[in-house]
Every structure is written in structure tokens, then in C-alpha cells.
Design a protein around this ligand. Structure first.
Ligand SMILES: *[C@@H]1O[C@H](CO)[C@@H](O)[C@H](O)[C@H]1NC(C)=O
Ligand SMILES: *[C@@H]1O[C@H](CO)[C@@H](O)[C@H](O)[C@H]1NC(C)=O
Length: 403
């Protein structure tokens, strides 16, 4: 977001106004949203045509455009902001200036962007980290990781895991004045996927002695086995994340070979040998009644492709945290999950809420009825949205109470 969006908005506001975009009835600020929506569409057409001409990969175009408004590590009156590395991984650190004898809370945040785009320096991520640091009196670490299409799974996961492990060392926490018993690992969207995976991995890491207090998963992506969930059907063309884009993100996480994307679109990517995994993403059993309404469940049909042999990542729990058995889920910390009604990823989050509760994990579930994917990326001018500000504030207040 930021300047690039501003450019887009101004250049195309007029055009955008004439392009009809159907929006759900309960969503506010329709005019602003229509403009945002159309800026994303235009970005999509630009990236698609650039790719078709063979000039650049689709994701590289999106990455370049969305990073135009990035901000530097600039301290303000409340928070000292610096860029550094944690064992080679670039992170941005937000340390509150407020003096106190007490140790501070620690929040480790992982940005979203479909494992392909996004950056800790994006204006809205930077803003949200400042707010978190200031209001919680917390040390916030916002991490980067290498992205697709240049790097594929498990690089993204491993980069984040490397940074998390570095942060969780006693002497590092001590250096930054962080209380080891008050640490939250959070992420939004693809970052929520990485946060969920990292929290699971930490459970079995003999070198990490510190127990995470809270994991926060904000509209996370948690599996790619079933992309015909009710939420995918209902929000197939919803801003800002259409089904086609989400499938592309998932497939790019594992490979640039578009055969995987094609198989995923038509649900032919899960081989017979792995059909036992479907029970972990069975929306018929895992979704509350209200979200199943009007949808008919059919047992998924396994594919015959050999794609899973070539790109086994999508069957790996480090990429699909929903595929983890209950015996392991049981040991996870207090979990905050945010889902948005108008989001293809809604049911991933809902199913994880069910699976975690069934396993006995304490879950706080915030469902945003008037929300859509990525709402926390709309916090600053000119794309600040009431829904993003409201939900962001509520989330920070919850953390203040519970972390
Ligand atoms: C600093 O903190 C105060 C009190 O929380 C707040 O009113 C002010 O806006 C903050 N300044 C910045 C630059 O965020
Ligand atoms: C999914 O759950 C339903 C019950 O809600 C059950 O009939 C069906 O066999 C299950 N399918 C799989 C693949 O687990």
C-alpha cells in the first residue's frame, strides 16, 4: 500500500468508478472499496500482460508495484525502529522508548502476500507494528523471508523459523528486555500460515526452551488440499483475493511449473496414497452449520497425477498446518484466530478453530462479519478503511489483555 496505491487510485479512480464491482451488502465504504478493487484489477491486468509478453513473472510485477510505498526504519516519539538481521534474516525491530523496570512483551510478526509478495517495510505493516509496540509496550519483530517465484517451499518457512529461533534465545530476549513468558507469534494471510507452521514446529524443537504464550493467526491460509470449500465458492471473485489468485499463490509456493496450478484449480492434485488426509480438511465435519448452509459436500476425488512426487510440499504440515494430527495440535498455546466472512480463506480458519478446540486447545475466535481478506492492510491514507481500523484496534486491545 502507500504511494503506489495512491498513484493507482488517482490515475484510475475515474475509470474505476465506471467499472461495476458487486460487493456484499453488509460491507461499508463501498465507493472507496470499488476504487481499491479496481486498482487491484488493473494491477492484475498489468501483471498478466507483462507475463504474457514474456517480460517478467506475474508475481515479480505485483511485488514491484506493491513495494513502491515502502517506508524506511524511522523512529518516532514512542518507538525506536531499526532494521537488522536475525541470523542472516532481515527483520525490523520496534522497541518502545517508554522507560520501565519491567520486562516487555514480545510480538514476532510474519507478513502476508501469498509467499510471493509483501515486505515488512510496507506502510501498513510498519504502521501496525508501531501501534502494537506502543500500545502493548511490546518489542515487536517484523520479519522478512525469501519469496517465490525465486524461492520455493520450504525456504519461506525455514527463513522465518531461523529468525524465530534466533529471537527466542535467552540472551537475545534479555538484550531487548523481553519477558520470555509473554511472547506472541503472529501472522496474517500467508504469514498466518507460516505462524501456524512455526508454532507447531517449535513444539518438537529440543533447542527451544521458551514456551510461546499466544499464537495469533489473522485470516490464515492453512491448507491447499481442498480449494472447493464453501468460502472458496462464495468468494470466488471477491476482492482482494480471488480464488484464481489464491490458487496461483499456493502453487507458486511449491513450484513455477503451472501444471500444479492447473491441477489445483480442478482439484486433481491430491494422489490416492494421500486421500487419508482429506479427513483433516473435511468441511462437512468441521464447519459450524451456519457456514455449510446451501452447500453440498461430496467426498473429494483423488487425482492420478505424479505432481505430489515432484512437489511434495503441499502435503507437508509445514505448508499445511491443518494436516497435523490431534496429538500434536493438543500442545499448542492459546490461539487467537481471525476469520472474515467474505474471504476465500475463511473456512481454513474455521476448520482450524474446530480442530484445535476438539484437541483441547484454548481458542479465541474473532469472526468479522463485514470483513474481507487483508483488512488489516487498509489502515493508512488513502486506503484507510473503517473495518480495518476497528478490527485492528480490537485485536490490539485483546493482546493487551491477554499477552
Ligand atoms: C505516541 O503515543 C501517544 C500515546 O499513546 C499517541 O497519542 C501518539 O499519537 C503517539 N505518536 C505516534 C507518532 O504514533
Ligand atoms: C466428511 O464428513 C462426513 C460427515 O460430516 C462424512 O460423511 C464423510 O465421509 C467425510 N469425508 C471424508 C473424506 O473424511
Amino acid at each position: 500500500m502507500g504511494n503506489s496505491t495512491l498513484c493507482f487510485l488517482i490515475s484510475f479512480a475515474l475509470l474505476a468508478y465506471y467499472i461495476y464491482t458487486p460487493l456484499p451488502d453488509n460491507i461499508e465504504e463501498t465507493w472507496k472499496l470499488t476504487v481499491i478493487c479496481n486498482s487491484f484489477k488493473i494491477m492484475h491486468y498489468l501483471a498478466t500482460s507483462t507475463e504474457m509478453l514474456g517480460l517478467a513473472h506475474y508475481m515479480d510485477v505485483i511485488y514491484t508495484i506493491t513495494n513502491q510505498g515502502n517506508v524506511g526504519p524511522i523512529s518516532d516519539e514512542n518507538v525506536t525502529v531499526t532494521d537488522t538481521t536475525f541470523n542472516g534474516i532481515p527483520v525490523r525491530l520496534y522497541v518502545p522508548k517508554r522507560k520501565s523496570d519491567k520486562l516487555k512483551r514480545g510480538v514476532f510478526h510474519i507478513h502476508g502476500g501469498g509467499w510471493c509478495v509483501g515486505d515488512k517495510a510496507m506502510n501498513d505493516y510498519d504502521l501496525f507494528s508501531r501501534w502494537t509496540a506502543n500500545r502493548l509496550d511490546a518489542v515487536v519483530v517484523s520479519t522478512n523471508y525469501r519469496l517465490a517465484p525465486k524461492y520455493h517451499f520450504p525456504v519461506q518457512f525455514e527463513d522465518v523459523y531461523t529468525a524465530v529461533r534466533w529471537f527466542l534465545q535467552r540472551q537475545i530476549l534479555e538484550k531487548y528486555g523481553v519477558d520470555p513468558s509473554r511472547i506472541c507469534i503472529s501472522g496474517d494471510s500467508a504469514g498466518g500460515n507460516l505462524a501456524a507452521a512455526v508454532n507447531q514446529q517449535l513444539l518438537d524443537d529440543p533447542d527451544v526452551k521458551i514456551k510461546i504464550k499466544i499464537q495469533s493467526l489473522l485470516y490464515p491460509a492453512l491448507q491447499s488440499l481442498d480449494m472447493d470449500l464453501p468460502s472458496y465458492r462464495e468468494n470466488k471473485h471477491m476482492l482482494i483475493l480471488q480464488k484464481s489468485l489464491m490458487v496461483r499463490f499456493w502453487s507458486e509456493y511449491f513450484t513455477t511449473d503451472r501444471a500444479l496450478e492447473e491441477a489445483m484449480i480442478s482439484s486433481r492434485h491430491v494422489p490416492v496414497e494421500s486421500s487419508h488426509l482429506f479427513k483433516f480438511v473435511n468441511w462437512s465435519a468441521l464447519l459450524p452449520e451456519k457456514f455449510k448452509k446451501g452447500h453440498v459436500y461430496a467426498n473429494p476425488i483423488p487425482g492420478t497425477s505424479d505432481l505430489a512426487k515432484k512437489y511434495p510440499g503441499y502435503l507437508d504440515v509445514r505448508a499445511a498446518p491443518l494436516l497435523t494430527a490431534d496429538t500434536r495440535l493438543r500442545r499448542l498455546p492459546l490461539t487467537y484466530i481471525m476469520t472474515c466472512q467474505h474471504d476465500v480463506l475463511r473456512d481454513d480458519g474455521l476448520m482450524y478453530v474446530s480442530r484445535l478446540r476438539q484437541a483441547g486447545v484454548q481458542v479465541v475466535h474473532e469472526h468479522v462479519e463485514d470483513g474481507f481478506h487483508g483488512i488489516l492492510s487498509f489502515l493508512s491514507f488513502p486506503t484507510a478503511l473503517n473495518v480495518g481500523l476497528r478490527v485492528g484496534n480490537e485485536y490490539i486491545s485483546w493482546l493487551k489483555e491477554n499477552l
